[in-house]
Design a protein around this ligand. Structure first.
Ligand SMILES: *Cc1c(COP(=O)(O)O)cnc(C)c1O
Length: 457
């Protein structure tokens, strides 16, 4: 069990090589087309199985019962399009048993992850001293950041803190507010976009102390970027923590044309960006960044006798690499910037891919999806039976098929998947069922969009 076995290695590595080489990746079917009865019976017992048999079940029965989220035909939720380099390096991370908790144990990967975080920091325009860590997803990033906001604020004893959000904020923000024992101050928004003015008006009527405001840099349902500059100004004039949830939209910071929509993000006290969405990293990878990491460290540091060595680890001789100094001159420990302790250094696949391909390639890949979304909007407008709901800002396109109700959309969506054309599930917009295309795979083409529209005739 703990000895290298050549045959198992070949089996698994061959599988990985074949999966990586698929072009295009087949869309496959998800949970509806496979009969699981008996499939896994006896698979785990006292005696174990031949690895070839186990891998065979995975290859032919389990992997096919998963819709390929990295297929260019996956146009729902938020798709994924990890680079091959990032996927390959994820295997290196696995095979190396890396624990990226502390500088003491893992300085090599912490320095590299901090370099990748530095790219995101610079795209956002945060100051040089900003920093954070990679966590499992936007949900964990939002929760980690809002905990710092709550614990940093001064709240009168007995008062229940409020966190200001718009109705378009992601469900994970609602959940974080609940976990933190706060209440939501829901800000009514003109045209689904949180603005400084709307925030200011809501703050006038706030029934308690507001400790943070969450603005969204690319709403998940429609790709709308809030008025970040306006929200920042109002928040900071009142000493309120300004968090930007750019879990989906953050990748668009790479595009100079889209970057303008994010003006004001550089004022954020904290932000979340999911590289496993639009920065082409494998799951699970989300960045949480803080303007003042020392504030986060004061909140998140875990205190235990057996962990004290993390704080006093010897510094490297000579110039410490960028990002090696945590608050108070202690070594930089990623555990200090989110609620977890042990952590997979999940920023490493992103780091490797950025280093291999360079940032220009990322800009081009992000621009490709932005352009396809604009083209898709044109195609929707030009198709007689479809209507655009609103001009896309990023890479999500909402449109309606005239005359359809929810059941029509659902039946159409099921047929599209059964025919392996695309995965497109409907959403709701202003109470009405509509079709939604979410794209970020650079190989999702306007031709495919046209193919999808044609099926609605
Ligand atoms: C996807 C998303 C999240 C949640 O991120 P996970 O990585 O799924 O946890 C949060 N906020 C926004 C805006 C998102 O699009």
């Amino acid at each position: 069990m703990f000895v290298f076995d050549e045959r198992t290695a070949d089996l698994v590595l061959d599988y990985c090589r074949d999966r990586l080489a698929l072009d295009p990746v087949p869309l496959d079917y998800g949970g509806y087309a496979t009969d699981f009865t008996g499939l896994l019976d006896g698979m785990i017992g006292p005696g174990g199985n031949d690895p070839e048999k186990v891998l065979d079940v995975f290859t032919h029965s389990l992997a096919t019962a998963v819709v390929s989220i990295d297929s260019p035909r996956f146009l729902s939720f938020i798709p994924a399009a990890p680079t091959k380099a990032a996927l390959l390096f994820d295997m290196v991370v696995s095979c190396s048993s890396l624990n990226g908790t502390s500088w003491l144990l893992a300085a090599g990967v912490v320095a590299a992850e901090n370099q990748a975080l530095g790219v995101l920091r610079d795209l956002a325009g945060l100051p040089e001293e900003a920093g954070g860590t990679f966590v499992s997803g936007g949900s964990a990033a939002n929760l980690s950041a809002l905990l710092v906001a709550r614990d940093t604020a001064e709240v009168p004893p007995g008062a229940r803190p409020l966190i200001a959000v718009s109705g378009e904020a992601h469900s994970s923000v609602t959940k974080a507010v609940h976990i933190l024992g706060c209440d939501r101050l829901t800000v009514p928004t003109p045209d689904h976009r949180l603005t400084g003015q709307a925030l200011a008006a809501a703050l006038e009527r706030a029934p308690g102390p507001v400790v943070a405001v969450v603005a969204t840099g690319g709403t998940t349902n429609a790709g709308i970027v809030d008025d970040l500059a306006g929200v920042a100004e109002v928040a900071h004039a009142r000493g309120i923590w300004f968090h930007v949830d750019a879990a989906y939209g953050g990748g668009a910071l790479f595009s100079p044309s889209a970057r303008r929509r994010f003006a004001g993000i550089e004022e954020a006290d904290s932000m979340a960006i999911d590289p496993h969405k639009w920065l082409f990293a494998p799951y699970d990878c989300a960045a949480v960044l803080y303007r003042h990491p020392t504030l986060a460290k004061a909140v998140h540091t875990q205190d235990a006798a057996y962990l004290s060595a993390f704080r006093t680890a010897p510094r490297p001789p000579g110039q410490p690499p960028a990002g090696s100094a945590g608050g108070g001159g202690e070594p930089w420990n990623p555990t200090d910037y989110a609620f977890q302790l042990s952590r997979r250094p999940r920023g490493m696949p992103l780091w490797f891919s950025l280093a291999v391909h360079g940032t220009d390639a990322y800009r081009e890949a992000v621009d490709a999806a932005l352009a396809t979304a604009q083209r898709a909007a044109d195609l929707v407008r030009a198709t007689p039976h479809t209507e655009l709901v609103r001009q896309p800002e990023l890479s999500i396109v909402l449109f309606r098929r005239t005359g359809w109700d929810r059941a029509d959309y659902d039946a159409w969506s099921a047929t599209l998947l059964a025919d392996q054309v695309a995965l497109v599930v409907p959403t709701t917009w202003e109470g009405e069922p509509v079709a939604r295309l979410a794209m970020l795979h650079p190989h999702t083409t306007p031709d495919l969009v046209q193919q999808v529209l044609d099926t609605m005739a």
